[in-house]
Design a protein around this ligand. Sequence first.
Ligand SMILES: Nc1nc2c(ncn2[C@@H]2O[C@H](COP(=O)(O)OP(=O)(O)OP(=O)(O)O)[C@@H](O)[C@H]2O)c(=O)[nH]1
Ligand SMILES: [Mg+2]
Length: 473
Amino acid sequence: MVVDDEEKANILNTFFSTVFTVENEMLDEIPRNNENPILRVTNLTQEEVRNRLNKIKIDKSPGPDGIHPRVLRELSNVIDKPLFLIFRDSIATGSVPQDWRIANVVPIFKKGSKSEPGNYRPSVEGADISSAMEDEERRRKIRDFTFDKCKRGNQGFQRILLQLFGYLGHGKSSFINTVMCVWSNSDNKNHANAAGAHEGHTTERLTYQLTKNIVLVDNRGCSKMNTYETGEIFAQLANLLPLDKSVDWSHGFGLVDRIVEAERHVKASDFTIPIFVYSVANSPTPGLKEELADIFRTAKKLTKVVPTVVLTHRTHENYTEIENMFRDIGVDTFFSLENYTDKTQKRKRETHEAVIQFLYEVISDAQFRADYPRDADQEMFDRKLFVLNYIHQREMKLHEANLARQKDVENVRMEQAFRLRQQEEEARIQKNRVAYKERMERLQRDFERQKLRDQFEHQERLENMEKKGNKKT
Ligand SMILES: Nc1nc2c(ncn2[C@@H]2O[C@H](COP(=O)(O)OP(=O)(O)OP(=O)(O)O)[C@@H](O)[C@H]2O)c(=O)[nH]1
Ligand SMILES: [Mg+2]
């Protein structure tokens, strides 16, 4: 164990520096839009810069530039213009002033085990100006997102549906509350009716409007991904069931009827991004990994993307084990956070950052996908076909299983009937045997009686003959 402070600092420093060197290589891999390198972020305004400066927290220490945050805030309407000009040039040229790249890096505990350097996040102290710029740039991209501005136009799409799905009580509604709180920069409100410690769960498929073109969908969760519930989950993910209505599970082909009925209400113009919400506080149970692998495989076939995973309760010690389990099944996009809940005392910067980063990246991903040739109506049709086929296959399997069960039951019934008949036959034979024995005994008795009677008569005859003989002589 490392106890010396300097040694601890060196370990973390070495770890962070290895992470930072990888960053440049990764940047090179990001596909760049060479036709319009700067268009999407150039309309930043001086007023927005001033607003951000006014929101800077003044109780923090100054960064490496030595400027106290209080000064930045107090002078917001003096420095807004020069800063605005620097930001504008910085965005246009794609470069950041050298001074802003120097920062004091402090380790902030993030998740999982405290002895693992990888579980600390490098926090940049005092980088208020550059992080405010990054935050604003990201918010702008999210706020302004429209399919109309994609390379090939909207191709029939209008809204992004960030569709949350997963097990009951894993924090879907709380995540929506957290996103809405961060996005609106206001206190946490229970918009999505997150459950209290012992309360019921969400049974409706409700929407929460983030921007004009981005909507969060709080889908009904499931207790176990058995065949009935997965059918329902995939029908929701495929956007085949109505929004803002309750979701009643139905067995058999009932789901097909509901999909057909919902046809008039669901829109092909909704672009689905699947988001799987999983709470790290739940230890993996036997068979969970296989169950999840199955869900992710089907969800990918259905939506053409591997769902993004949001891990809630991220400071829980299970974190690494759970993340590895998802990695094993092929997931590579994770976001993790502590949701705001009814017990949350105050808003946190790291939650804010996690949410904005989540929104920014999933929106960028949606945009990236929408730049390829697509056909909204065809995709809706394909999803419907997929889910109807899924239900059909499921029912056929259940039907076959039922038949096999019925056959087993019939076999047992026939065997029982045969045994019963056998027992009856044995009982009949036994009865006959007894009756026969009784008859024989009766005959024997009759015979004995007759014999005695004959003997007696014979005796009498002899005696009579004797008497008659005596009289003659
Ligand atoms: N500590 C902590 N508690 C959380 C977190 N996320 C959710 N919770 C709590 O977990 C419970 C369930 O959260 P919900 O957001 O209602 O879960 P859900 O996924 O919407 O549940 P269903 O609607 O039943 O599917 C609530 O009591 C939340 O306060 C988190 O990140 N950290
Ligand atoms: Mg809920």
